[in-house]
Ligand binder design. Structure first.
Ligand SMILES: C[S@@+](CC[C@H](N)C(=O)[O-])C[C@H]1O[C@@H](n2cnc3c(N)ncnc32)[C@H](O)[C@@H]1O
Length: 248
Protein backbone atom coordinates (compact mmCIF):
# COMPACT_ATOMS: atom_id res chain seq x y z
CA UNK A 1 0.00 0.00 0.00
CA UNK A 2 1.50 3.34 -0.89
CA UNK A 3 -0.70 5.34 1.51
CA UNK A 4 -0.03 4.53 5.15
CA UNK A 5 -3.62 5.46 6.01
CA UNK A 6 -4.68 2.22 4.34
CA UNK A 7 -2.72 0.18 6.89
CA UNK A 8 -3.96 2.02 9.96
CA UNK A 9 -7.26 3.61 9.00
CA UNK A 10 -8.75 5.34 6.02
CA UNK A 11 -11.62 4.20 3.86
CA UNK A 12 -10.70 0.54 3.99
CA UNK A 13 -10.90 0.64 7.81
CA UNK A 14 -14.27 2.45 7.75
CA UNK A 15 -15.71 0.04 5.24
CA UNK A 16 -14.58 -2.99 7.24
CA UNK A 17 -15.65 -1.53 10.59
CA UNK A 18 -19.08 -0.62 9.22
CA UNK A 19 -19.73 -4.13 7.89
CA UNK A 20 -18.23 -5.92 10.87
CA UNK A 21 -19.69 -3.73 13.60
CA UNK A 22 -22.21 -6.42 14.59
CA UNK A 23 -19.56 -9.17 14.74
CA UNK A 24 -17.35 -6.81 16.77
CA UNK A 25 -20.13 -5.95 19.21
CA UNK A 26 -18.78 -8.27 21.96
CA UNK A 27 -15.33 -6.65 21.75
CA UNK A 28 -16.83 -3.14 21.71
CA UNK A 29 -18.89 -4.06 24.79
CA UNK A 30 -15.79 -5.33 26.61
CA UNK A 31 -13.94 -2.11 25.74
CA UNK A 32 -16.95 -0.10 26.97
CA UNK A 33 -17.09 -2.11 30.22
CA UNK A 34 -13.45 -1.34 30.81
CA UNK A 35 -13.83 2.35 29.83
CA UNK A 36 -16.75 2.74 32.22
CA UNK A 37 -14.49 1.63 35.07
CA UNK A 38 -11.92 4.34 34.28
CA UNK A 39 -11.93 7.63 36.18
CA UNK A 40 -10.42 10.24 33.83
CA UNK A 41 -9.21 13.19 35.88
CA UNK A 42 -10.24 15.87 33.33
CA UNK A 43 -13.49 16.97 31.70
CA UNK A 44 -11.68 17.48 28.41
CA UNK A 45 -10.37 14.62 26.30
CA UNK A 46 -7.68 14.46 23.65
CA UNK A 47 -8.82 11.42 21.67
CA UNK A 48 -5.91 10.33 19.51
CA UNK A 49 -6.57 7.99 16.58
CA UNK A 50 -10.28 7.94 17.43
CA UNK A 51 -11.21 7.48 13.77
CA UNK A 52 -15.02 7.30 13.46
CA UNK A 53 -15.33 5.76 16.91
CA UNK A 54 -16.77 2.57 15.47
CA UNK A 55 -15.84 0.66 18.64
CA UNK A 56 -16.09 3.60 21.05
CA UNK A 57 -18.65 3.91 23.83
CA UNK A 58 -21.04 6.84 23.39
CA UNK A 59 -21.93 6.98 27.12
CA UNK A 60 -18.22 7.21 27.99
CA UNK A 61 -17.74 10.11 25.54
CA UNK A 62 -20.72 11.85 27.14
CA UNK A 63 -18.74 12.18 30.38
CA UNK A 64 -16.60 14.89 28.81
CA UNK A 65 -17.49 18.52 28.24
CA UNK A 66 -15.14 18.79 25.26
CA UNK A 67 -13.43 16.26 23.03
CA UNK A 68 -10.58 17.02 20.65
CA UNK A 69 -10.44 14.23 18.08
CA UNK A 70 -6.97 13.93 16.56
CA UNK A 71 -6.57 11.70 13.53
CA UNK A 72 -4.54 11.71 10.34
CA UNK A 73 -7.64 10.54 8.48
CA UNK A 74 -9.60 13.41 6.89
CA UNK A 75 -12.80 11.30 6.93
CA UNK A 76 -12.66 10.78 10.70
CA UNK A 77 -14.60 13.87 11.74
CA UNK A 78 -17.63 13.36 9.48
CA UNK A 79 -17.93 9.67 10.36
CA UNK A 80 -17.31 10.28 14.08
CA UNK A 81 -20.19 12.77 14.04
CA UNK A 82 -22.29 10.20 12.16
CA UNK A 83 -21.65 7.64 14.91
CA UNK A 84 -21.60 9.85 18.01
CA UNK A 85 -22.90 13.31 17.07
CA UNK A 86 -26.36 12.81 18.48
CA UNK A 87 -25.09 11.47 21.85
CA UNK A 88 -22.56 14.29 22.11
CA UNK A 89 -25.19 16.94 21.36
CA UNK A 90 -27.55 15.37 23.92
CA UNK A 91 -24.84 15.60 26.58
CA UNK A 92 -23.68 19.08 25.52
CA UNK A 93 -20.22 17.67 24.74
CA UNK A 94 -18.29 19.81 22.26
CA UNK A 95 -16.26 18.16 19.49
CA UNK A 96 -13.29 19.63 17.69
CA UNK A 97 -11.36 17.82 14.98
CA UNK A 98 -7.65 18.21 14.35
CA UNK A 99 -6.22 16.40 11.35
CA UNK A 100 -2.71 15.68 12.57
CA UNK A 101 -0.25 13.02 13.58
CA UNK A 102 -1.01 12.74 17.29
CA UNK A 103 2.32 11.13 18.14
CA UNK A 104 4.61 13.43 16.19
CA UNK A 105 2.72 16.47 17.50
CA UNK A 106 2.03 15.18 21.01
CA UNK A 107 3.92 17.90 22.92
CA UNK A 108 2.18 20.67 20.96
CA UNK A 109 -1.24 19.06 21.55
CA UNK A 110 -0.54 18.66 25.28
CA UNK A 111 0.57 22.28 25.54
CA UNK A 112 -2.53 23.46 23.69
CA UNK A 113 -4.82 21.36 25.91
CA UNK A 114 -3.24 21.48 29.35
CA UNK A 115 -6.41 20.34 31.13
CA UNK A 116 -7.25 17.33 28.97
CA UNK A 117 -6.97 13.65 29.72
CA UNK A 118 -5.52 11.73 26.76
CA UNK A 119 -6.79 8.51 25.23
CA UNK A 120 -5.05 6.60 22.43
CA UNK A 121 -7.90 4.76 20.81
CA UNK A 122 -6.48 1.65 19.16
CA UNK A 123 -3.71 3.55 17.46
CA UNK A 124 -0.43 2.65 19.20
CA UNK A 125 -0.44 -0.90 17.85
CA UNK A 126 -0.21 0.56 14.35
CA UNK A 127 2.81 2.73 15.07
CA UNK A 128 4.96 0.00 13.57
CA UNK A 129 3.15 0.34 10.23
CA UNK A 130 3.71 4.07 10.24
CA UNK A 131 7.41 4.17 11.01
CA UNK A 132 8.17 0.86 9.24
CA UNK A 133 11.20 0.22 11.44
CA UNK A 134 10.98 -2.29 14.29
CA UNK A 135 13.55 -0.86 16.68
CA UNK A 136 12.43 2.71 16.21
CA UNK A 137 8.77 1.81 16.70
CA UNK A 138 9.48 -0.14 19.90
CA UNK A 139 11.73 2.60 21.27
CA UNK A 140 9.20 5.34 20.55
CA UNK A 141 6.38 3.36 22.14
CA UNK A 142 8.48 2.79 25.26
CA UNK A 143 9.27 6.51 25.43
CA UNK A 144 5.62 7.53 25.25
CA UNK A 145 4.90 7.29 29.01
CA UNK A 146 7.82 9.66 29.67
CA UNK A 147 6.42 12.18 27.18
CA UNK A 148 3.11 11.99 29.05
CA UNK A 149 4.63 12.27 32.55
CA UNK A 150 2.22 14.00 34.93
CA UNK A 151 -0.73 13.60 32.52
CA UNK A 152 -3.78 11.46 33.00
CA UNK A 153 -3.89 9.09 30.04
CA UNK A 154 -5.02 5.74 28.76
CA UNK A 155 -4.79 3.54 25.73
CA UNK A 156 -6.37 0.56 24.11
CA UNK A 157 -3.99 -0.97 21.60
CA UNK A 158 -3.08 -4.17 19.79
CA UNK A 159 -0.75 -6.45 21.71
CA UNK A 160 -0.69 -9.33 19.24
CA UNK A 161 -2.58 -10.40 16.17
CA UNK A 162 -2.52 -13.37 13.89
CA UNK A 163 -4.25 -16.19 12.05
CA UNK A 164 -6.84 -18.36 13.73
CA UNK A 165 -8.31 -21.71 12.87
CA UNK A 166 -12.06 -21.34 13.54
CA UNK A 167 -12.30 -25.10 14.14
CA UNK A 168 -10.10 -24.86 17.26
CA UNK A 169 -11.96 -22.03 19.02
CA UNK A 170 -13.08 -23.45 22.40
CA UNK A 171 -16.83 -23.59 23.08
CA UNK A 172 -16.60 -21.18 26.03
CA UNK A 173 -13.51 -19.03 25.44
CA UNK A 174 -12.26 -16.50 28.01
CA UNK A 175 -12.26 -13.26 26.04
CA UNK A 176 -10.96 -10.87 28.72
CA UNK A 177 -8.26 -11.10 31.40
CA UNK A 178 -7.13 -8.63 34.04
CA UNK A 179 -3.39 -8.07 33.81
CA UNK A 180 -0.61 -6.16 35.51
CA UNK A 181 2.67 -4.87 34.11
CA UNK A 182 5.28 -5.63 36.76
CA UNK A 183 9.06 -5.42 36.64
CA UNK A 184 9.26 -8.76 34.78
CA UNK A 185 6.65 -7.88 32.18
CA UNK A 186 2.99 -8.69 31.71
CA UNK A 187 1.26 -10.95 34.22
CA UNK A 188 -2.28 -12.28 33.70
CA UNK A 189 -4.08 -15.32 35.11
CA UNK A 190 -0.88 -16.07 37.05
CA UNK A 191 0.99 -16.52 33.75
CA UNK A 192 3.58 -14.55 31.82
CA UNK A 193 5.65 -14.87 28.63
CA UNK A 194 5.07 -17.99 26.52
CA UNK A 195 2.51 -19.70 28.82
CA UNK A 196 0.46 -16.49 28.82
CA UNK A 197 0.70 -16.14 25.04
CA UNK A 198 -0.39 -19.75 24.57
CA UNK A 199 -3.33 -19.25 26.93
CA UNK A 200 -4.44 -16.13 25.04
CA UNK A 201 -4.04 -17.73 21.61
CA UNK A 202 -5.95 -20.82 22.68
CA UNK A 203 -9.02 -18.70 23.49
CA UNK A 204 -9.34 -17.48 19.90
CA UNK A 205 -8.09 -20.57 18.07
CA UNK A 206 -4.72 -18.96 17.28
CA UNK A 207 -2.72 -20.93 14.71
CA UNK A 208 0.57 -20.17 12.97
CA UNK A 209 2.73 -17.10 13.41
CA UNK A 210 1.37 -14.19 15.39
CA UNK A 211 2.58 -10.64 15.12
CA UNK A 212 3.83 -8.70 18.13
CA UNK A 213 2.69 -5.08 17.84
CA UNK A 214 5.61 -3.96 20.09
CA UNK A 215 3.27 -2.32 22.60
CA UNK A 216 4.14 -4.41 25.67
CA UNK A 217 6.27 -1.56 27.05
CA UNK A 218 3.70 1.21 26.55
CA UNK A 219 2.37 1.23 30.12
CA UNK A 220 4.69 1.99 33.03
CA UNK A 221 5.50 -0.77 35.54
CA UNK A 222 2.63 -1.06 38.03
CA UNK A 223 -0.14 -0.29 35.51
CA UNK A 224 -3.14 -2.62 35.70
CA UNK A 225 -4.73 -3.38 32.35
CA UNK A 226 -7.34 -5.55 30.74
CA UNK A 227 -6.60 -7.88 27.85
CA UNK A 228 -9.53 -8.10 25.44
CA UNK A 229 -9.90 -10.52 22.53
CA UNK A 230 -10.93 -9.05 19.21
CA UNK A 231 -12.09 -11.74 16.76
CA UNK A 232 -11.41 -9.49 13.82
CA UNK A 233 -12.56 -11.86 11.11
CA UNK A 234 -13.20 -15.61 11.07
CA UNK A 235 -9.56 -16.40 10.26
CA UNK A 236 -7.76 -13.55 12.05
CA UNK A 237 -7.85 -12.22 15.61
CA UNK A 238 -6.21 -9.61 17.82
CA UNK A 239 -5.59 -9.38 21.55
CA UNK A 240 -5.98 -5.80 22.74
CA UNK A 241 -4.63 -4.28 25.94
CA UNK A 242 -6.52 -1.47 27.68
CA UNK A 243 -5.03 0.51 30.54
CA UNK A 244 -5.19 3.87 32.29
CA UNK A 245 -2.30 5.76 33.86
CA UNK A 246 -3.16 8.25 36.57
CA UNK A 247 -1.52 11.64 36.27
CA UNK A 248 0.62 12.89 39.15
C1 LIG B 1 -7.78 1.10 14.13
S1 LIG B 1 -8.21 2.75 13.80
C2 LIG B 1 -8.98 3.27 15.33
C3 LIG B 1 -10.35 2.81 15.42
C4 LIG B 1 -11.18 3.50 16.45
N1 LIG B 1 -10.76 3.12 17.78
C5 LIG B 1 -12.64 3.13 16.24
O1 LIG B 1 -13.30 2.70 17.17
O2 LIG B 1 -13.11 3.32 15.11
C6 LIG B 1 -6.69 3.63 13.98
C7 LIG B 1 -6.84 5.11 13.70
O3 LIG B 1 -5.66 5.77 14.07
C8 LIG B 1 -5.35 6.75 13.09
N2 LIG B 1 -3.92 7.00 13.24
C9 LIG B 1 -2.88 6.17 13.01
N3 LIG B 1 -1.72 6.73 13.37
C10 LIG B 1 -2.04 7.96 13.85
C11 LIG B 1 -1.27 9.02 14.39
N4 LIG B 1 0.06 8.93 14.52
N5 LIG B 1 -1.91 10.15 14.79
C12 LIG B 1 -3.26 10.25 14.67
N6 LIG B 1 -4.03 9.27 14.16
C13 LIG B 1 -3.44 8.15 13.77
C14 LIG B 1 -5.78 6.14 11.79
O4 LIG B 1 -6.03 7.12 10.82
C15 LIG B 1 -7.07 5.42 12.23
O5 LIG B 1 -8.17 6.27 12.10
Amino acid sequence: MSDVRDTTGGLRWHWRAFWRRHQWRGTSRRIADWLHGTRPACRQLLLIGGSAGWMMSGPWLQRFERIVLVDIDPHAERLFRFNHGRALRAAGTGLQFVQADGLANLEALLAEHPRASVFFDNVLGQHLYRVRELERAERELEQLAGRLAGRDWGSVHDLFSGPVDPRTVPPAPELAFDALRDAQGLLAAGLRDTPLHLRLLAQVGGAGDWMDHLTSGVFPVGTPSRLIAWPFQPTYAHWLQAGWVRGA
